[in-house]
Design a protein around this ligand. Structure first.
Ligand code: HEM
Length: 511
C-alpha cells in the first residue's frame, strides 16, 4: 500500500519536474540567439523575461530598463537583448543607426511590430503596414502634410486653441488657478485632430463625456489586459492570432468606422472640399478602394481607409498633448526661458497685426528651440523599431542579420548620453541655436524618427504645438505650484512616454 502511494508521489514529482523543465527550456530556448552570432549581451537574460523583467513586473519604466542596458553595453556599437523570448538588436552607434534608418533603408523597410490585422482591422494602417502597401499609402498621405496644405487648416487649429484659452479662463478662479494640464492638452489635441482627420467639431475641451476622448484614452492607458497582451507578443505572438485576441473592443472599431463614414457621406452629399486629412483619405479611397482598374492584390478596403484615419487620430493626439505638457512644465520651472518665448511671440504677433497663422509661426525661432529641447528630454516614443526585411551584413563586421531580426534604436537613452549632450538632465534650448546646432552629431536626435519612415505628422505637430503655446503664453504665465510633481513621474506600462500628471498654476498676464 505504502509502496503504491510512494510510486504515485514519485510519478507526480516526475511530472512536475518534467513540466517545470519544459517551461524552463521553452522560456530560455531563444536566449542563445545572440551568442551564436557572436554578439554580446549586456547581462545574462532571465528565463522567460529576458532583459525585460523589471518593466514586465511593473517595477520600472521600459525606458529606464533600456537606459540601463544601453549603459551596460559601454563602448560597444550594438548588443543583443531579449524582451521576454524575443531577441532584439540594441543599436547604439549613430553611424550604424544612420545606415539602418536612412542609407540601407531597403533592408529595413518595416517596423516588425505585431499587428494581428485579422482580428484587429484598425491596425491595417500606415504605422503597422509593410513593404509595398506601406509605400502606396505613404505616397497618398504625404501631400496632406506639406507646408502649403497646413495653411488651409489654420482656421480649424485656431478655433481649437481659442477653446483651450477659454477653458483656462473658466478654470482660473477654481482651485487658485491650478490646472492639471495633461488632460486639458489631451482634449485640445483631440479637438484639433478630430477636426482635421475626421472633419468634426468635437469640443472635447468642454465635454467631459466626449466619446472621442474616451476611446482615445483607452489606447494609451495601461491595463492588466494590455500588459498580458504585450507579454504574449514578446513570448509567443502566434497565441494572439490563435485565440483571436482583440486590441480594441468592437465598440471602438464601430465608433471610428461610423465617425469616418458619416464624415465622408456628409462631404460627398454637400460637395464640401476642406483640404484637410479627410480630403486626402477620401482621395486615397477613390484611388485605392473604388478604382475598378486595380488588380485584387493592389486593392485596399474601406476598413483600411478608416484604419488610416484612426492612426492619424491616435498618433496625433497623445504625442502632441504630452509634448505640450512637458514643454509647459519646463517653462514653469524656467521663468527666464518662458519670458524669452513670450517676448518673441509678442514681437511676431505685432508684426502680423496680432494674428497667428502657419506662416508667422515659422518666425518663432526661439520657441522652435524650446520645442526641440522638450522633445530631446521627453521623446514620446522612447525607441524606434525596425526589422530586417532583406539579409544584412553589419558594416565593419562579418555578422549577417537574417530576415526577421528585430532592431531597437534607444532614442531616449541616446538623448541622455553625456557624450552627445552635456549635462543631459538640464533643459537648455540653446543647444539648438544656430551657433550650437552643428555640435549635434547626426543620428543622435530622433524624436520624430528618421529616414523614409519618419513621422509623417512632424510638421503638423509643430504647427499645432506652436499655435497653442503662442496663444496660451500671450495670455498667461505658468508656474509650478504645490501640486506639481518635481521631478515628473511617468505612467509605467504605457508604450508612449506619459506623465502621471502635470499640475501648473496659471496667472493672467497683461500684454
Ligand atoms: C510631438 C509630436 C509627435 C512625435 C514626437 C511623433 C513621433 C513619431 C515617431 C518617433 C514615429 C516613428 C518614426 C520612425 O520609426 O522613424 C512616428 C511615426 C508616425 N507618426 Fe508621429 N509623432 C508626433 C505627432 C504626429 C502627428 C500629429 C501625426 C498625425 C497627424 C503623426 C502620425 C504619425 C504616423 C502616421 C507615423 C507612421 C509613419 C510611417 O510609418 O510611415 N505623428 N511619429
Amino acid at each position: 500500500m505504502f509502496e503504491f502511494v510512494y510510486e504515485l508521489f514519485d510519478l507526480k514529482m516526475l511530472l512536475v519536474t518534467a513540466f517545470l523543465g519544459a517551461i524552463y527550456v521553452y522560456s530560455t530556448w531563444t536566449h542563445s540567439h545572440w551568442s551564436k552570432l557572436g554578439i554580446s549581451s549586456p547581462s545574462a537574460p532571465v528565463p522567460l523575461f529576458g532583459h525585460a523583467m523589471p518593466s514586465m513586473l511593473g517595477q520600472m519604466h521600459f525606458m529606464d530598463v533600456l537606459h540601463n542596458l544601453y549603459k551596460e553595453l559601454g563602448d560597444q556599437r550594438f548588443g543583443g537583448i531579449y524582451t521576454m523570448r524575443t531577441p532584439q538588436l540594441l543599436v547604439k552607434d549613430p553611424e550604424l543607426i544612420g545606415h539602418i534608418l536612412i542609407k540601407d533603408f531597403n533592408n529595413f523597410t518595416d517596423r516588425g511590430l505585431y499587428a494581428g490585422t485579422h482580428t484587429n482591422p484598425l491596425n491595417n494602417n500606415i504605422f503597422f503596414t509593410r513593404g509595398e502597401r506601406w509605400k502606396t499609402m505613404r505616397q497618398k498621405l504625404s501631400p496632406t502634410f506639406t507646408a502649403n496644405k497646413l495653411k488651409y487648416m489654420n482656421e480649424q487649429v485656431k478655433e481649437c486653441s481659442d477653446g483651450l484659452l477659454s477653458t483656462i479662463g473658466k478654470n482660473l478662479d477654481d482651485d487658485a488657478g491650478r490646472i492639471e494640464i495633461r488632460e486639458m492638452m489631451a482634449k485640445y489635441s483631440t479637438d484639433v485632430i478630430g477636426s482635421c482627420a475626421f472633419g468634426l467639431k468635437l469640443d472635447a475641451i468642454n465635454d467631459p463625456d466626449s466619446e472621442f476622448r474616451k476611446h482615445g484614452k483607452t489606447v494609451f492607458q495601461p491595463s492588466l489586459r494590455s500588459k498580458i497582451r504585450v507579454a504574449v507578443i514578446f513570448m509567443q505572438p502566434s497565441l494572439l492570432s490563435i485565440f483571436r485576441v482583440h486590441h480594441y473592443s468592437h465598440r471602438t472599431i464601430r465608433f471610428f468606422h461610423d465617425a469616418f463614414q458619416q464624415t465622408i457621406e456628409y462631404r460627398e452629399k454637400h460637395n464640401e472640399d476642406r483640404k484637410d486629412f479627410v480630403q486626402h483619405l477620401m482621395k486615397a479611397r477613390e484611388d485605392l478602394v473604388l478604382n475598378p482598374n486595380l488588380k485584387p492584390e493592389e486593392k485596399f478596403t474601406e476598413m483600411d481607409i478608416v484604419a488610416n484615419a484612426y492612426i492619424l487620430f491616435i498618433a496625433g493626439f497623445e504625442t502632441v498633448s504630452t509634448s505640450m505638457s512637458f514643454c509647459m512644465y519646463e517653462l514653469a520651472l524656467r521663468k527666464d526661458v518662458q519670458d524669452k518665448v513670450r517676448k518673441e511671440i509678442l514681437e511676431v504677433k505685432s508684426k502680423y497685426n496680432g494674428q497667428m497663422n502657419s506662416e508667422c509661426l515659422n518666425e518663432l525661432h526661439y520657441m522652435g528651440m524650446v520645442i526641440k529641447e522638450t522633445l530631446r528630454k521627453y521623446p514620446p516614443l522612447v525607441t524606434l523599431n525596425r526589422v530586417v526585411t532583406k539579409p544584412y551584413v553589419i558594416p565593419g563586421t562579418q555578422i549577417k542579420l537574417k530576415i526577421g531580426t528585430k532592431i531597437v534604436v534607444p532614442v531616449h537613452a541616446i538623448h541622455y548620453d553625456p557624450k552627445y549632450y552635456s549635462d543631459p538632465e538640464a533643459f537648455e534650448p540653446d543647444r539648438f541655436s544656430d551657433e550650437n546646432i552643428h555640435n549635434i552629431q547626426p543620428n543622435t536626435y530622433m524624436p520624430f524618427g528618421d529616414g523614409p519612415r519618419f513621422c509623417i505628422g512632424k510638421r503638423f505637430a509643430e504647427f499645432e504645438m506652436k499655435m497653442a503655446l503662442s496663444e496660451v503664453l500671450t495670455n498667461y504665465e505658468v508656474m509650478a505650484c504645490d501640486k506639481t510633481q518635481i521631478p515628473i513621474k511617468y505612467v509605467i506600462g504605457s508604450f508612449v512616454n506619459i506623465p502621471e500628471s502635470v499640475w501648473l498654476k496659471f496667472r493672467k498676464v497683461n500684454t
